[in-house]
Design a protein around this ligand. Structure first.
Ligand code: GRF
Length: 213
């Protein structure tokens, strides 16, 4: 597929960047008709930024410092506009987006969360699941709205919670599924026709492509 027809994706991260790498790898394998044109972090020390730079992807740190949430988001939006970004993938980005950010990319911002939403939104989702005593947890890829981990669900994958689990062992089991779910979700959104009814994403087979007959 020519570069021009690939969707232009930005990844926003704050930490190690394993979901960024899984998206990038799936794109390199041709499984997602997209390419990552920029990686942005609020944390200049994020390992994910270093990995992006090593891959030759523009890697930009935009620390918040003393700016307001809105001012910071405006600086990020400006960078995304410069790179003609069409889709934004949050991958361990430890900031809640302002309404202005959400409005700048309507229905084009995705997040991955390490629980089966709407259970256990927010921080330490794996710890929340363990202390609640649920027997199943997993991950959710969802479209981002103005709430915390509250937008329409694109894909979920479940894993068992074992008696001997610690937060780390449960997080590791969930992470394996995250690395499958995020590429699958983005690929679906880019290759199928879909709409949102209430909170539900309604999928239709793609009608795009050359007309037959
Ligand atoms: C993942 O567990 C993701 O679900 C959560 O933050 C973590 C990011 O990990 N939102 P990584 O930086 O992608 O390795």
């Amino acid at each position: 597929m020519g570069e021009e027809s690939l969707a232009r994706v930005a990844v926003l991260l704050s930490g190690r960047g394993s979901n960024f790498l899984s998206l990038h790898a799936a794109m390199e394998r041709g499984e997602i008709p997209a390419r990552i044109v920029v990686v942005v972090s609020n944390n200049s020390k994020a390992a994910g930024l270093t990995k992006a730079a090593e891959l030759g992807i523009p890697a930009i740190a935009i620390p918040r410092r003393r700016s307001s949430r809105l001012q910071h988001d405006e600086r990020v939006i400006e960078v995304l506009r410069q790179q003609r970004v069409e889709w934004v993938c949050l991958a361990g980005y430890m900031r809640l987006l302002s309404p202005a950010f959400v409005a700048a990319f309507p229905r084009r911002i995705l997040n991955i969360h390490p629980s089966l939403l709407p259970s256990f939104p927010g921080l330490e989702a794996q710890g929340q699941a363990l202390s609640h005593g649920v027997r199943l947890s997993g991950c959710t890829v969802h479209l981002v709205d103005e709430g915390l981990d509250s937008g329409p669900v694109v894909i979920q994958k479940a894993v068992p919670v074992e008696d001997e689990d610690t937060e780390d062992s449960l997080a590791a089991r969930i992470l394996i599924e995250e690395h499958r779910a995020y590429p699958e979700a983005l690929s679906r959104l880019l290759t199928m026709d879909w709409d949102i009814e209430g909170r539900r994403i309604r999928w239709q087979p793609a009608t795009r492509g050359p007309a037959s007959g």
